[in-house]
Design a protein. Sequence first.
Length: 227
Amino acid sequence: MNVAIVVAAGKGTRFGGERPKQFLELGGVPIIIHALRQFELSKEIDKVVTVLPAEDVAGFKSVLQTFALLKVKRVIAGGATRAQSVRNGLNEIDGAEIVAVHDGVRPFVSPDEIDLVVTAAKKTGAAILTTTISDTVKEIQDERIVRTVDRAQLRHALTPQCFGLEILKRAYESVADLERSGVEITDDSFLVERLGVKVLAVEGSARNIKITNQDDLALAELLFRGS
C-alpha cells in the first residue's frame, strides 16, 4: 500500500487576502481539490492523508463528499511549520510501502508523474520530482554577483517526494532539534539526504508550479484555461 500526505496547512500570510491560498478557486474548484483529484486518479496511491489548518478540518470533510474524493481517509490538523504538518501526517500512517508527500498548492501535478515517482521510490527507497532550470543562476554576496553557477547539474525540487515509510520516519526524528536550532526545512528530501540516503531525481513538468503569491495564482489561471 502507498499513502500520500497532501500538506495544505499554511495560513497564507505571504500570499495575503482573507482566505488561505489552498482554498482559492481555479475554475470554481478549490486549489487543494485540484491537487487531491490527481491522487484520486493515480494508479499507485491507495490512500491520502490531508493536512489542513485546524479550523478547517471539520468543514472539509463535507467538501470531500461533494467532490467524491474517496481515497482521502484522514483529514487532520497541521502544525506551526510545514515539517511539523508532515510529521502529523506521518503519525496517521500505520503501515505503507511508500509515502508520497505533496504540497496541496501544486494543483497541476499529473497522475502519471505521481505514478512515475512512486514507482521509482519502490525501486530505490527515495525519489523526488524535479525539473531543469532554464534561467542563468548567479551567486551574490553583499548585493554583488560573485559568480555564475553552472546550471547543468542544478534542478528545481518539486513534489510529490516519495520515500519508504521507515526512511521518512527516521528522517523526521530530527525535525524538532533542527527547527530549534534555526534550520529552515523546506522539503522532505533535505531530511532524507541528511541520513545519507541517495535520493533519485525524476524528471517532472515545469507546469507543476507551487502557488505561493499573486503572480503564481495568475500563472495558474492561465495554465488552467489552457489545459
